[in-house]
Each structure stands twice: as structure tokens, then as C-alpha cells.
Design a protein around this ligand. Structure first.
Ligand SMILES: Cc1cc2nc3c(=O)[nH]c(=O)nc-3n(C[C@H](O)[C@H](O)[C@H](O)COP(=O)(O)OP(=O)(O)OC[C@H]3O[C@@H](n4cnc5c(N)ncnc54)[C@H](O)[C@@H]3O)c2cc1C
Length: 444
């Protein structure tokens, strides 16, 4: 069902709210004949890698099929945190206790990394270390968070605290949840401005950024590579693929994409967001005390925050597991928002948009090398800090400059038989997760 006209603000647009202030610009650089390092994908991962490689003295060209920063990196919710949503026991069972510890620690390290990157490169993107509130969908979720809170504080070096249901309004202007956890090791930024600022930092450092170049194949030639694109071919000594949720080919499946091997290991999932019209003064302060970013504990989660200027609600979620348009999904997002904030029932929507995240079959991000081609991908929908961190570490690896092995490097990267990069199973799995969320709540 599309958004009813009563909930459409005048001038409603189906495009990212972030693009009002920072639409990814069009660049006019043509495809060069060769590069020392070619990076495919101009999001946070590709740009962060480019910056690191330039700092190490390597010549770098970043290619994007659309515009630099056009993908998830200028469309996301702008919540910044490290960490993985994985139980350490599962990790330890699969990878051993020492590797599990190293994976948790390296995921947490993405948060100080991005804070330092933003400060060092003076990237103006409305960053604040506001912390995160994770409201519990059920009392059992609350107990689970309480059991993990101390470990999270230890990993991030920043405090966590539980907020019981009777004091929930100190953290969120809603009675919809069963209390929750505040984690101070989290922040928020303007994703469009971060994408733009990171691109400018990479360019300042000497990287060449090229848009409108869709890579359709990479093959080894001598000691280097030939890269086939819609604009002709180019040569490179080394290649890093950072195409994440957009890795599958233009016709669906893995054929025709930059790296079919990678497409078969990534599950692209659309995430949807709306922005509301500006609210009356004081409302945002009541709904978002301390302006923390919010991500609830449902399997099919809601994530939401105040806009950086403190006037609107920006509300996101997996509103659909089918190929819904942003406008179609907006209606479900508005409903979810008013379940949590009933006072926003008549608040209209100015923007609705969507973007792709990439999940993996082991729920871990990965960097590594396949057939000589480097890759960095799979942030599980939580990649503002992590994609930047993966790109940096993939660059260190490519340049032979890593002091120690990155814990997410060269892990076994699973796929499933016959999977070609088209997640036909999502409506089934998504529906099942939703049903389990509903059952959990009924039992709560
Ligand atoms: C709606 C939404 C909300 C999100 N909210 C949050 C959040 O609040 N917090 C958080 O931490 N994370 C969030 N994420 C996830 C985060 O945005 C991503 O993990 C991160 O931006 C991934 O960066 P990336 O560089 O790996 O990929 P992207 O930014 O997606 O970049 C990939 C690029 O590759 C290009 N490309 C693809 N194929 C080719 C090809 N063949 N040739 C050339 N170029 C190609 C694409 O055009 C694209 O620009 C969200 C994502 C979405 C979509």
C-alpha cells in the first residue's frame, strides 16, 4: 500500500533526505587507461581504502557505476557504532575462542577508528557522540541486554547502563518497549555529508574518483588485471572490490557484476527510510532525550533518530522483503513510527527512500583476496564505521602494510549451493522473522 495522500507533505519526494544538503555530485573525470590500484565501488569502504592507499603513497583510481557515494553510504540512518550483533559463543564455536575474541575486539575498534578519521580529515558531517538506546521488544530481550552490557562496556571502553521500563521516558519518549540499554560508545552523523567529506579527503590526498563506470569483469593479465567496463577497458596492477549491497549484476544474479564470486556470498537486502516534516519546537527533545540514536531489539528491527538539525524524525526499517518501492514501504514505516510515537499519527512524510545493505551467510563482514582480487564487504546493515574500517584494513593488506592480521581477513566465506546472488528466499525468511517477533511480543 502506498503512502496515503493525507500523510504526504507538500513537495514529498522519493529520494534521500540527506541529498537535500549533500547529493553525491557528478564528476567529469573520464576512465583512465591504467592505475596502480583500481577500487570498484565509491562508498565508505572504497573511499576509506583510497585514502589509506594514498597516505601510503599508492596511485589510486576509484570507479563507481553511479556517482561516488551514491549507494548505501549516502542513504543510511547515520547511526555510528562498532560491534557485531553476534553471540560470542556462536563465534567461538565456529572460529575458536581466541579468534572470536579478536573478531569482537576488531569490530569494536571500528568506532574509535571512524572518530579519529573524522577528526583527522576535519570531515564536517554533523557528527556527535550521542550514544545509543536499544529498546527491548520483550522482557527477555531486556534480560539478554543486561547480561551483555558489561561485556559491551569492556569492549568499547565506554559505559553502558540499563534503563528499566518505568524509567524508559528518560531515554525515549515512548512507552512501547520493555526498557532497554544505553551504550555511550555510539554516535550519529549526516551520512550524505560524510560520504561527500570522505570523497573530498580522498581527492585531496590525490585519489582519482571516476563515476558512471560500471565494471562488468576483472581478469588477470600478466602480473596485473584488465578491467572491463561500460566505458571500455582499463589496466591495473591491483584491484579492490567494495561494491557491498550492489555487487550483483545489473540483470540480477551474479553475472555481469564486478565480481561474481563475491555476489554469491552476499545477500543484498533493501532497507527503507522516511523523514517527517519538521515538528513543533520541543517535540524532538521529548521523543529523543539526549538525541541518542535508537535501534530496537526485534529481529526485523526499527532504527530511528532525530535529524541532525533537531527538527524531524528519520525512521528506518526493513519495511518490505519484496521489491517494494520507497513510496510503497513508506506507509508501513509510518505505521511502525506511530506504534512507537502515537503523537505522530498525523505527521506527514517529506522524503522516502531505500538502499541496499549486504548480509553474509555467517553474519560476519569479510576482507580477503580471491583470484588475486581484493574485496571488502558484508557489514550486515551496520556499516558506517565498519565499512570505513574494512576499507582501511583492506588497503593495508593490499599495500602489504598491515602490522598484524586483521581478524576479519581471509575467514572462510560461505555461500550455499545454487545461490547466484539473487535472494529469492528473503520473503520467506523475512516473513518468518516477523512472525517470530509477533509471537515473542504476544508471549511477553
Ligand atoms: C537504508 C539504509 C540504512 C542504513 N543505516 C545504517 C545506520 O544507521 N548505521 C550503520 O552503521 N549502517 C547503516 N547502513 C549500512 C551502511 O550504509 C553500509 O554498510 C555502508 O554504507 C556500506 O558502504 P560500502 O562502501 O561498502 O557500500 P556502498 O556505499 O553501498 O557502495 C557501493 C558502491 O558500489 C558501486 N558499484 C556496485 N557495483 C558496481 C560495479 N559493477 N562497477 C562500479 N561500481 C559499482 C555502487 O554504485 C555503490 O556506490 C544502512 C544502509 C541502508 C541502505
Amino acid at each position: 500500500m502506498t503512502l496515503p495522500s493525507s500523510l504526504r507533505a507538500p513537495g514529498f519526494v522519493a529520494r534521500p533526505y540527506w541529498w537535500d544538503a549533500a547529493e553525491p555530485p557528478k564528476r567529469d573525470s573520464g576512465l583512465p587507461a591504467r592505475a596502480a590500484v583500481a577500487i570498484v565501488g565509491g562508498g565508505y569502504a572504497g573511499l576509506s581504502a583510497a585514502l589509506t592507499l594514498r597516505r601510503l603513497g599508492h596511485e589510486v583510481v576509484v570507479l563507481d557505476a553511479e556517482r561516488i557515494g551514491w549507494g548505501a553510504s549516502s542513504r543510511n540512518g547515520g547511526a555510528v557504532s562498532g560491534g557485531l550483533k553476534l553471540a560470542k559463543t556462536d563465534l567461538a564455536r565456529k572460529h575458536g575462542a581466541a579468534r572470536a575474541d579478536a573478531i569482537m575486539a576488531t569490530a569494536a575498534a571500528s568506532f574509535p577508528f571512524i572518530e579519529e578519521l573524522l577528526a583527522r580529515e576535519a570531515i564536517d558531517c554533523d557528527y556527535i557522540r550521542c550514544g545509543r538506546f536499544s529498546p527491548a521488544w520483550t522482557p527477555a530481550h531486556y534480560d539478554g541486554m543486561a547480561a551483555r552490557a558489561a561485556r559491551l562496556a569492556e569492549l568499547t571502553g565506554l559505559p553502558t547502563r540499563m534503563v528499566p521500563r518505568e524509567r524508559q521516558r528518560e531515554a525515549l519518549g515512548s512507552d512501547h518497549y520493555h526498557g532497554g540499554m544505553i551504550a555511550d560508545g555510539a554516535g550519529s552523523l549526516h551520512p550524505g555529508k560524510y560520504a561527500r567529506g570522505l570523497a573530498e579527503a580522498a581527492e585531496r590526498a590525490g585519489a582519482t574518483l571516476v563515476d558512471g563506470v560500471r565494471v562488468s569483469g576483472i581478469r588477470q593479465e600478466g602480473s596485473g588485471f584488465r578491467i572491463a567496463t561500460n566505458q571500455g577497458e582499463m589496466a591495473a596492477d591491483a584491484v579492490l572490490v567494495a561494491t557491498n549491497g550492489y555487487t550483483r549484476g545489473p540483470g540480477g544474479g551474479s553475472a555481469g557484476g564486478a565480481m561474481p564470486w563475491l555476489a554469491k556470498r552476499l545477500i543484498p537486502i533493501a532497507s527503507y527510510i522516511i523523514a517527517t516534516e519538521p515538528l513543533a519546537p520541543g517535540v524532538i527533545d521529548r521523543l529523543f532525550p539526549n538525541r541518542r540514536v535508537i535501534g530496537d531489539s526485534r529481529r526485523v528491527l526499527n532504527y530511528f533518530r532525530a535529524s541532525p538539525d533537531g527538527t524531524r524524525v528519520v525512521w528506518g526499517g526493513r519495511a518490505s522483503f519484496r521489491d517494494a518501492t520507497a513510496e510503497q514501504a513508506a506507509s508501513a514505516l509510518h505505521r511502525a513510527m506511530t506504534d512507537v510515537f502515537p503523537e505522530l499519527r498525523d505527521t506527514r512524510v517529506t522524503h522516502a527512500w531505500t538502499g541496499n545493505v549486504a548480509f553474509t551467510f555467517d553474519f560476519l563482514p569479510h576482507i580477503g583476496v580471491q583470484d588475486g582480487v581484493h574485496y571488502a564487504a558484508g557489514c550486515q546493515g551496520s556499516g558506517v564505521a565498519m565499512a570505513s574500517w574494512l576499507g582501511h584494513n583492506a588497503a593495508l593488506k593490499l599495500a602489504g602494510a598491515a602490522n598484524e592480521q586483521f581478524a576479519l581477513d581471509s575467514l572462510h566465506f560461505p555461500t550455499v549451493p545454487t545461490y547466484d546472488g539473487t535472494p529469492w528466499f528473503l520473503p520467506l525468511v523475512g516473513g518468518w522473522y516477523r512472525l517470530r517477533d509477533r509471537i515473542d511480543r504476544m508471549r511477553a
